[in-house]
Design a protein around this ligand. Sequence first.
Ligand SMILES: Cc1cc2nc3c(=O)[nH]c(=O)nc-3n(C[C@H](O)[C@H](O)[C@H](O)COP(=O)(O)OP(=O)(O)OC[C@H]3O[C@@H](n4cnc5c(N)ncnc54)[C@H](O)[C@@H]3O)c2cc1C
Length: 459
Amino acid sequence: MKTQNSSSNHALVLGASMGGLLAARILSEHFAQVTIIERDPVTSAPESRKGQPQTRHLHGLLASGLNTLTHYFPDLPQALEANGAIVQDFAETMHWHTYGGFRKPFHMGLRAALMSRPLLESLVRERTLARTNITLRDNTAVKGLVPNPERTKVIGVEVERRGASTTNETITADLVVDATGRGSRTPQWLTELGYTAPQESEVKVNVGYATRLYRRDPNDPLGRSWLLSTPEAPKESRFGAIFPIEGDRWILSTGGWAGDHAPTDEESFNAFVRSLPNTDIYRIVSYSEPISEIVSHKFPANLRRHYEKLARFPLGYLVLGDAISSFNPTYGQGMSSAILQAAELDKILSDDSTAPERLAHTFFVAAAKVVDIPWQLSVGEDFRFPQTTGPKPAGVDLINRYIAAVHRATQTDTVVGEAFLKVMNLLEPPTSLMTPRLMWRVWKANRPARTGARIPAPA
Ligand SMILES: Cc1cc2nc3c(=O)[nH]c(=O)nc-3n(C[C@H](O)[C@H](O)[C@H](O)COP(=O)(O)OP(=O)(O)OC[C@H]3O[C@@H](n4cnc5c(N)ncnc54)[C@H](O)[C@@H]3O)c2cc1C
């Protein structure tokens, strides 16, 4: 075993996916040197790696995530478009069918980027690694933490370098950030060092995804539209979405809650797509040439690790992204949550008054505030299904009845539509939907007389 020279002012980021890359970009302004350690081999091409199998499935980036990424990588929207992605108004171009109808389109000026997750990540990676003080060490798996003799501080990690032969090494650093995703081993590593593992909240949903790529005719009149179908739960349990992405392709992901998963054989997959209430999704599938196999992914549960509640935590160590919380992916919040957490870290590191011994707690409290909102939104929606199990937030059934009415109101009222999209994009808190003015509009839009009885009143 060899030991790399201890460099003062060196930060280590574990994991080179969306959370790790942005964390490294941010740390590069606060540390002389930043090293990213990634278990998989990484190339410069857009790729789905073994360590992030979810990236083969449809990934939408919320406006809050895109805005924050653009703050750190100002040319990102242009680079996305130059590579064939579509950046356009969220409210104008999204054909979203839910609760028996389509949300009314309108101009909002809220940018959405439609691309494959590997393209987005490759552009973020390229820009991160272009910074001269960031190095990526791929093919290198983190095996454990290295503490100081008193076990009060993490001073590095033990890694296994994979290649023709396997070598073990210790890499030292002043700060280590775990961005290894949902499978993070920090809870075990903490107990090995004599600390308590964080309490976990788990809300089981048993969601399954199946995804396929299709060729997209650039002259297709629907070719810049993105179509969604989400269920009127619990009587419906299936979702589907088809987005135009780079390379003149469509990406279609479909599936359902509570075990209602899409099959991966062609005939049954097509029948599943045909069963979606937004029939335009199947229409596109029926005239487009499939160009990939059908791949599946199972998502068992929303998972949250409450690092903010720990009384003791080692110095020089943080956790970020899916390693803190992973949400039911159908709401498209995971990347934006990781991005917003990284931006909180930037704020805290920029504040000279944060003493090193307060860093972890201050960060975990800020990250928990970021996570609270997507957690509340996704877990709240998931509890519409009676099969969902886990800690149920107080009052969620009542809130869900109101949100169902909000969904219906977005079919006719663009003021409600705008307020709802801001919440969904993590730009405003859910309480912004509860103002008297908005509740009045929601009530009005749900009155059978006004809507021609097309939209049933909330139960
Ligand atoms: C089916 C599906 C669809 C989704 N759709 C969306 C969507 O539409 N929009 C959205 O915003 N989010 C979506 N998500 C969530 C999104 O993929 C995650 O939130 C996001 O990838 C989290 O990034 P991360 O960097 O925290 O972790 P991850 O992306 O999980 O990356 C962890 C990285 O750490 C590496 N690693 C792991 N262990 C080690 C180790 N011991 N040593 C070194 N490296 C290691 C892995 O190889 C990997 O590169 C979806 C998720 C799923 C499952």
